[in-house]
Every structure is written in structure tokens, then in C-alpha cells.
Design a protein around this ligand. Structure first.
Ligand code: NAG
Ligand code: NAG
Ligand code: NAG
Length: 415
């Protein structure tokens, strides 16, 4: 997605367009979605709206990145039915990182017994849920206003360079320098893989779980994904006047309508077209999803993901003009992220689905074949779930049984 991100945002954008304007049998949720976008109740924060209502403790924290972004991060320090013990055993911290165009709220669409952060908390972990720059709760900056162009001059490269390291440093400091587990979905897997390849936080991480892993995107099966990626590159320059990829902005709406108008595209169910046939989403959780998502990201980030889709290689952002690349990178083309540099001894769990249209099976196989052949065999655990698609990993009703329990036991393993 673009849940990975790209797709997420485009998918949902398309949903809106389709539901609101293309398709007269508008779904009830489209109204809610459109009506809620600016709901000021959002300023309460994720703890209040999604966590404490279920009886869990929750703390709101702020992390400041080296490039000045002020991120909100929630902490669930313990499980719901924790019996106050007098043994002060330190809990192991876990970072739970969402994908692109969504925020931490996507983890809380199901009941406490079904959602990943609460399952981890109930299993004795100290859980941290960051929200990426630009999303609802993370729009502050030390000097820039989120309405300024400069605020949006980043892609996932900056998440690798500045954002995830800041989050690791913060959680490490707050938890007495303990090693940290990391679980990411979609773009949260891409940033993890690229970070590890660049040597970021390799000494701070204890183990890593990647759900719907994204690195190579070239096999993305959705026609729509391909078209979106291509259109974004060819028509994208017209979007460059704006920097925030906000689905409500007129140029973005026009762009999506243009894609929607391509012959042969089924715009009736774009969410499925983009994320795959999710087997196991609960309708009320999905309704909740469209109430809280999508969240804005930057146009540059969408471009970067689109470049990854089109080129089939994992590189830093391509500024497209040789002199600009040279100015940024001291070379004419953007440097690659060489995932073969991921340390072989980092414990990694991956789970991918046979119906995932974004984290395509062929792309995941390529990732494994090209970069994980020499990984320590007992530190790599790969799960394949035939009927799972992209969103099932975030809020499938049975993700607790199929996936999250495996993540939890992987994190509990002694290496
Ligand atoms: C710790 O808790 C146990 C029971 O859980 C109790 O027997 C013991 O006295 C407690 N110790 C202290 C120092 O409070
Ligand atoms: C990536 O790194 C591996 C091992 O470090 C090396 O053998 C390979 O040539 C590198 N690939 C590229 C494209 O630089
Ligand atoms: C996931 O959990 C199931 C059930 O506990 C188990 O059979 C399976 O081997 C696990 N898979 C992985 C990759 O850990």
C-alpha cells in the first residue's frame, strides 16, 4: 500500500471518490468518512479515543526528530489485568509501527482480545505506538507549520534517516536502555528493512516482525496500483505545487478521478482492488477504519513509492534531474538500499499473505531469495497465509490467532 501506504491512500481516496461521486449506490460509511475528516474530537489523542476506554493504562509522549518533527507516540505500559506484583521485573519494550497513509489508530479497530498492541501488553510487553509525521496526531514541528511546503519535503528516506532512529532512541531512554522489539506493517516494514540495511538501530533492536513485508513492489498485481504509480510519475508534476497528499485537496481529487476514468478499471471496490481480497475483515471494524483513515502523507513520499513500483529497485528518492541528485547524493542517480547488508543475526519474523495485492507473493519471494538466503536459519521465521491480504494483517478478526500469537511467541524466544 500503499497501505504500504501508497495504495492505502490512493485506495481510500478512490473509495471516497467512488462512493461519493462515481457510484450512486453510496455506502453508508462514505458519509461518515467525509463528514468526520476534520472532527476536532481528534485532538484528544489516541490514548483517550482508543486505549483507556478499554481499561488499559496509556501514556501520551512526544518524540522530536533531528529534522524537527514532533511525533506523538502512545505507550501501553502493561496489560489490562495486571496484578500489581512487588517484583519489579522490567518489561521488554515493543514498537508497533503502522504503514503509510494511516496512523496508530488502525491497530485498535478490533476488540482488545483481537488487536496487536493490547495482545502484546497482555503478554507482558511494554508497548509503544508511534504516529508518522504528517498524520493527525503528529503534525507539529519545532519551526515549520504543517501548512507550509517545507514541512512536507520528505519521503520514506527521512523516516529511515531521522524518524525511526529518534523513536528507538526515545523508547530506549525511557526503558533503561533495554533492547527493543519492532513490529511493522507495510511501509513500516520497508522502513525497517532499509534502516537495518543502513546500520540504523541494529544495536538497539532485539527482534523484528514484518507483516505484509514491502521492499520490492514491481509485481504489485493491481492494475490500479500500476496505473496509479505510472500516472503519479507522468502527471505527478502537476501535483508538485502542493506538498501534502491530502485526499480532500482538489488537485488530488482530480488526479484520482483521472485514474478512475481509465478503461478497464473497476473503481467499484477500490479498497479491494488495491489491498487484495481481504478474507477476514469485520464490517464494523471496516466502518471504523474509514472513519479514522486515511491520514495525510507527503506528495514526495507518494512519488518515492511510485518510483519503487515502477523501477523495481529499492533506491533513495530520485530527484529526477541529474544535478539535483548530485546535489543531494554526490552522484547522478540515487543510491540503492542494499538489503543484503541487513545483519544476518537479527531475529526476523515475516508473515505474508497469498491474496495481498500490495505485498505481492512474487515480490516477497524475491526479497527472501535475494537477501535472506544467508540469514542465520534459526533467526528467520517465515509464515505464509494463503487467504490473507493486506488489511487482514492490521485488523483481520482472526489475526490474533493466525498472526499476532506467532509474533508474541517469536518475541518471547530466547536467542
Ligand atoms: C511480595 O508479594 C508476595 C505475594 O505475592 C508476598 O508474599 C510478599 O510478602 C511480598 N513481598 C514484599 C516485600 O512486599
Ligand atoms: C549488496 O551487498 C552484497 C553483500 O554485502 C554484495 O555482495 C552486493 O554486490 C551488493 N549489491 C549491490 C547492488 O551493490
Ligand atoms: C504460527 O502459529 C501456529 C499455531 O500456533 C503454528 O502452527 C505455526 O508453526 C506458527 N508459524 C510460525 C511461522 O511461527
Amino acid at each position: 500500500m500503499i497501505f504500504l501506504g501508497l495504495m492505502n491512500i490512493v485506495a481510500l481516496t478512490l473509495c471516497i471518490i467512488v462512493l461519493a461521486t462515481c457510484n450512486h449506490q453510496a455506502h453508508a460509511s462514505s458519509h461518515v468518512f467525509l463528514g468526520k475528516k476534520n472532527d476536532k474530537s481528534s485532538v484528544e489523542g489516541l490514548c483517550a479515543s482508543a486505549v483507556t476506554i478499554h481499561g488499559y493504562k496509556c501514556e501520551e509522549h512526544e518524540v522530536i526528530t533531528k529534522d524537527g518533527y514532533i511525533l506523538s507516540i502512545q505507550r501501553i505500559p502493561e496489560g489490562r489485568s495486571e496484578v500489581k506484583s512487588n517484583v519489579t521485573k522490567k518489561k521488554e519494550p515493543v514498537i508497533v509501527q503502522h504503514g503509510v497513509a494511516v496512523d496508530g489508530a488502525t491497530w485498535f479497530l478490533n476488540s482488545p482480545k483481537q488487536n496487536l498492541p493490547m495482545i502484546l501488553a497482555d503478554n507482558g510487553f511494554d508497548v509503544w505506538i508511534p504516529n508518522t509525521r504528517g498524520t493527525k496526531f503528529s503534525r507539529k514541528h519545532t519551526s515549520l507549520d504543517s501548512s507550509s511546503k517545507k514541512y512536507w519535503e520528505w519521503s520514506w528516506d527521512e523516516l529511515v534517516t531521522y524518524e525511526t532512529p529518534a523513536i528507538f532512541d526515545f523508547v530506549s531512554k525511557q526503558t533503561g536502555g533495554q533492547k527493543i522489539h519492532y513490529v511493522g506493517h507495510s511501509m513500516g516494514t520497508l522502513t525497517a528493512l532499509a534502516s537495518l540495511a543502513e546500520g540504523k538501530w541494529v544495536n538497539q533492536v532485539k527482534s523484528v516482525a514484518l507483516l505484509s513485508p514491502i521492499a520490492y513492489l514491481s509485481q504489485m498485481r493491481t492494475i490500479l496500483g500500476q496505473v496509479a504509480a505510472r500516472s503519479l510519475l507522468s502527471e505527478g508534476y502537476t501535483l508538485l505545487g502542493i506538498s501534502e497528499f491530502d485526499v480532500k485537496a482538489t488537485p488530488i481529487v482530480d488526479f484520482i478521478k483521472g485514474i478512475c476514468a481509465q478503461p478497464g478499471l473497476n473503481c467499484n471496490d477500490l479498497f479491494t482492488a488495491l489491498t487484495g481480497e481481504n478474507c477476514c475483515l469485520d464490517p464494523s471494524a471496516f466502518n471504523q477504519f474509514v472513519k479514522v483513515e486515511p491520514q495525510p502523507t507527503s506528495v514526495r513520499n507518494m512519488f518515492h513509492l511510485a518510483q519503487n513500483v515502477r523501477n523495481g529497485v529499492l533506491t533513495k528518492f530520485d530527484f529526477m534531474l541529474p544535478h539535483l541528485n548530485f546535489w543531494h547524493y554526490r552522484r547522478l542517480t540515487p543510491p540503492i538500499y542494499n538489503l543484503s547488508n541487513i545483519p544476518k543475526n537479527v531475529p526476523i519474523f515475516m508473515s505474508y499473505g497469498g491474496s495481498d495485492a500490495l505485498s505481492d507473493v512474487a515480490d516477497v519471494k524475491r526479497l527472501l531469495n535475494e537477501h535472506f538466503q544467508n540469514h542465520d536459519a534459526n533467526k528467520l521465521s517465515v509464515q505464509f497465509i494463503e487467504n490473507y491480504a493486506h488489511a487482514d494483517y492490521m485488523f483481520g478478526v482472526n489475526a490474533n490467532d493466525l498472526v499476532y500469537n506467532n509474533v508474541t511467541s517469536f518475541f518471547k524466544r530466547k536467542w
